[in-house]
Unconditional design. Structure first.
Length: 104
C-alpha cells in the first residue's frame, strides 16, 4: 500500500464516521472507526521514501475531516451532558450558588 492509498482509506473512513454520527448510527460509527484505525496503523508501517505528488493534499484533507469529526463528537457530548442535566433537574443550567453552568 502506498501513502496515497492509505490516506484515501482514512479519508473514506472519516466520511463514513461523520455520516454515522449525523445518523446516530452507533454500529456504523464503530465499523468506520475500526476501518480508520486499521488504515492509520497501515500508514504507520510505510517506510520513508519519495512522497507522491498529491500526498500532502490528501493529508490536509484527512486533517480537515478529522477536525470535523471532532466537532461532531463534541456536539454530541454537549447534547448528552445537557440531557443528563435536565434529567437531574438542572435544566436551566444554574447552580445552587447562583452561577450559570458553562457548556462546552
Amino acid at each position: 500500500m502506498t501513502r496515497r492509498e492509505g490516506l484515501i482509506r482514512v479519508i473514506d473512513a472519516l466520511h463514513v464516521e461523520i455520516a454515522a454520527m449525523k445518523a446516530n448510527d452507533v454500529a456504523a460509527l464503530d465499523r468506520a472507526t475500526q476501518a480508520k484505525l486499521i488504515a492509520i496503523d497501515a500508514l504507520a508501517t510505510i517506510e520513508g521514501g519519495a512522497l507522491e505528488p498529491d500526498v500532502r493534499e490528501l493529508a490536509e484533507e484527512a486533517q480537515r475531516l478529522n477536525d470535523t469529526a471532532r466537532i461532531y463528537v463534541n456536539l454530541l457530548a454537549a447534547n448528552v451532558r445537557r440531557r443528563l442535566q435536565m434529567l437531574a433537574g438542572d435544566a436551566g443550567g444554574y447552580r445552587s450558588n447562583g452561577r450559570v453552568a458553562a457548556y462546552a
